[in-house]
Design a protein around this ligand. Structure first.
Ligand code: WT7
Length: 643
């Protein structure tokens, strides 16, 4: 498109950037032409190894066989902590900013190392061994980071569950990966509200007989229920534990963590990431995408319950010896100026957040932004969903005063790290485009028949080869990994996203092409929400679709058919919302419930979601042909009674 805006790299930014345009071009070309040579060099540069690897990459995508740096030995916690002690032991590793602006704390690399070693010893005394799974259900506090690193130190595999998920969700995740230990806190705080983390764990554990240990961080000091023998206070146990804990040498392909994510079908999948390739990939991308320099203060506003928190609050930044800010609160508490005040308070240089937050703050007007200085800011980032050009422009002009480049970073839980993004010293920006592939990433666009589309085109986004940070499997179900990602286009990894590539080779992600929706940057499967709704005895059938939502990106629209004899009432609606909150969490609660006497189905009984999406979007002109439906009058009825 000739009318689109282009923002060139600011000259002063390029002058001090690690990589400039020519560097990107040369390194990208090399990363494809000499993949193994390129990655061997990066793995040596970004990661310290106890023993060298035998092979750089073994890859058979069709068979789901992916290995990077196999045979190499390393420890992720050692890389994130120990190796920094000599040179930056007294440097701040984590800046903690509490939900309440009166609370903030700096944690040095030495202090974090001490906490991690003690916690690792506590885990050991509770019987945790290499390969065991540990569930972490924590607020955004330094102890959450310590918990992840303590697992990594002894080779335990962590499964972090976002604090917004319900007891049912915790339970199913604990059971799926057979976690025997849970690390949690008495309560979390978000926007002044207490989140009953320990009570949620207690409830979840009623269905998890194998969990023998719950470590509880005393955070708010609230009264909580206690099970002697099983429960232990985090601080008390650490105080009496040894601070000496050797880092377990792990194979590059040993699992590092499991993170559950929603797909188009079934229950959430345990995405499995491993050790050496993952760390190499997140360290490299953190340094280059955010142009991180020693001494910078870096803030990613995500929660460690999501992959963004894993890769770009914890592992990438700490591997690089960065100062990473951990924020417990929400963007609008106590006021919509909070983000900008925190930036001034801690002199943040690099700020990485989600479009949904930007849109919500944009709505609050320029005032809360303009009341702050933000002079420390050098770079802005965006992640989680497509950023609409209006929000991009506002972020650039008002927040960044036109001087800070924006890196719109496209990636997924499955990809481990950022795959398509500008490099801020190298790439001219187009608002709304994630721009160009990073090193070693070879994207392609496919049509429905499996043909690759050349040049400027729109299609389904695939990746033609693996990269070190790629997921290796679905925990406990390797076949599901193959079926979900590697079957649609044999030999390629299918992302589930639609995408356009323009004449300049820039990529524009258009959103999911499957039944996954993205609500405020939270990924949800429509099938999961439907399963929750039909658990209610009054519900016969439910179909859930996404629709455009001004702040959240997508909203949740549920069509619900009731059992014969049940009447739709406001009270029943509330019961259905409560059911979804109980089964999944508040983030999955439908924005709209439309009572549907019937759902549009083909003669073979398949629900025509395309039609439901059009109704939810209020795009009635594009509903199209309904004559193939078993009962076309169903559509008229739904259109007449839109929610
Ligand atoms: C899905 C992955 C990656 C961390 C957060 C989300 C969408 C993500 C972008 C972006 C357009 C984006 C995609 C992707 N997405 N980043 N910059 N532009 N879309 O991780 O929960 O695994 O979701 O988020 O649809 O497939 P996730």
């Amino acid at each position: 498109m000739s009318d689109e805006k282009i923002y060139p790299v600011p000259a002063d930014f390029a002058a001090r950037a690690h990589l400039k345009a020519a560097d990107y071009e040369a390194l990208y070309a090399r990363s494809l032409a000499d993949r193994d040579g390129f990655w061997a060099e990066q793995a040596g540069r970004f990661v310290s190894w106890f023993e060298p690897w035998r092979t750089v990459c073994e890859e058979d995508l069709a068979a789901g066989h992916i290995r990077w740096f196999a045979g190499g030995k390393l420890n992720v916690a050692w890389n994130c902590l120990d190796r920094h002690l000599a040179t930056r032991g007294e440097q701040t590793a984590l800046i903690w900013e509490g939900d309440d602006p009166a609370f903030a704390r700096h944690v040095t690399y030495r202090e974090l190392h001490d906490e991690v070693c003690r916690l690792a010893n506590v885990l050991k005394t509770r019987g945790v061994k290499k390969g065991d799974r540990v569930c972490i259900y924590m607020p955004m506090i330094p102890a959450a980071v310590a918990a992840m690193l303590a697992c990594a130190r002894i080779g335990a595999v962590h499964s972090v569950v976002f604090g917004g998920f319900s007891p049912e969700s915790i339970k199913s995740r604990i059971l799926d990966s057979d976690c025997r230990v849970v690390i949690t806190a008495d309560q979390g705080l978000r926007g002044g509200k207490a989140i009953p983390l320990k009570a949620n764990v207690d409830q979840a554990l009623e269905g998890c007989p194998n969990v023998h240990t719950v470590l509880v961080y005393r955070h708010t000091g609230a009264d909580i229920a206690w099970q002697d023998g099983r429960d232990g206070w985090y601080q008390d146990l650490l105080a009496s534990a040894s601070a000496d804990c050797p880092a377990e040498p792990m194979d590059a392909e040993d699992p590092l963590f499991i993170l559950y994510t929603s797909g188009s079908t079934g229950k959430p999948k345990g995405v499995l990431h491993t050790t050496g390739g993952y760390l190499t990939y997140v360290a490299l991308t953190h340094k280059y995408v955010f142009d991180y320099h020693d001494g910078d203060v870096y803030w990613c506003t995500a929660d460690v319950g999501w992959v963004t928190g894993h890769s770009y609050i914890v592992y990438g930044p700490l591997a690089n010896g960065a100062t990473s800010l951990v924020f417990e609160g929400v963007p609008t508490h106590p006021t919509p100026a909070r983000f900008w005040e925190v930036i001034d308070k801690h002199q943040v240089n690099i700020f990485y957040t989600a479009p949904t937050a930007i849109r919500a703050l944009m709505r609050a007007g320029d005032g809360p932004v303009l009341g702050t200085s933000r002079k420390s800011l050098r770079l802005l980032g965006s992640v989680g969903e497509p950023i609409n050009p209006e929000a991009w422009e506002w972020y650039h002009r008002v927040v960044g005063e036109g001087r800070c480049p924006i890196v719109d970073t496209w990636w997924q839980t499955e990809t481990g790290g950022i795959l398509i993004s500008p490099l801020p010293g190298a790439t001219a920006l187009k608002p709304g485009s994630a721009t160009k592939p990073l090193f070693g990433i070879e994207p392609a666009l496919m049509d429905a028949d499996g043909n690759e589309l050349p040049g400027a085109a729109s299609g389904n986004l695939v990746l033609k080869r693996s990269w070190p940070g790629m997921m290796r499997s679905v925990y406990g179900d390797h076949q599901r990994f193959i079926d979900t990602y590697l079957k649609a286009y044999p030999g390629y990894y299918f992302t589930g996203d639609g995408c356009r590539r323009d004449e300049d080779g820039y990529y524009w992600i258009t959103g999911r092409v499957d039944d996954v929706i993205n609500v405020s940057g939270h990924r949800l499967g429509t099938a999961e929400i439907e399963s929750a709704l039909v658990l209610h005895p009054a519900v016969a059938e439910a179909a859930v679709v996404g629709y455009p939502h001004e702040i959240k990106g997508q909203g949740i629209y549920a069509f619900v058919t009731l059992m014969a004899g049940r009447e739709p009432t406001p009270a029943l609606r509330d019961e259905l919302l409560a059911t979804v909150r109980k089964e999944i969490g508040a983030i999955a609660s439908p924005d709209v419930i439309q009572w549907a006497p019937g759902l549009p189905k083909t003669r073979s009984g398949k629900i025509m979601r395309r039609i439901l999406r059009k109704i939810a979007e209020n795009d009635l002109a594009s509903i199209g042909d309904t004559t193939t439906l078993a009962d076309p009058t169903v559509v008229e009825e739904l259109v007449a009674n839109r929610g």
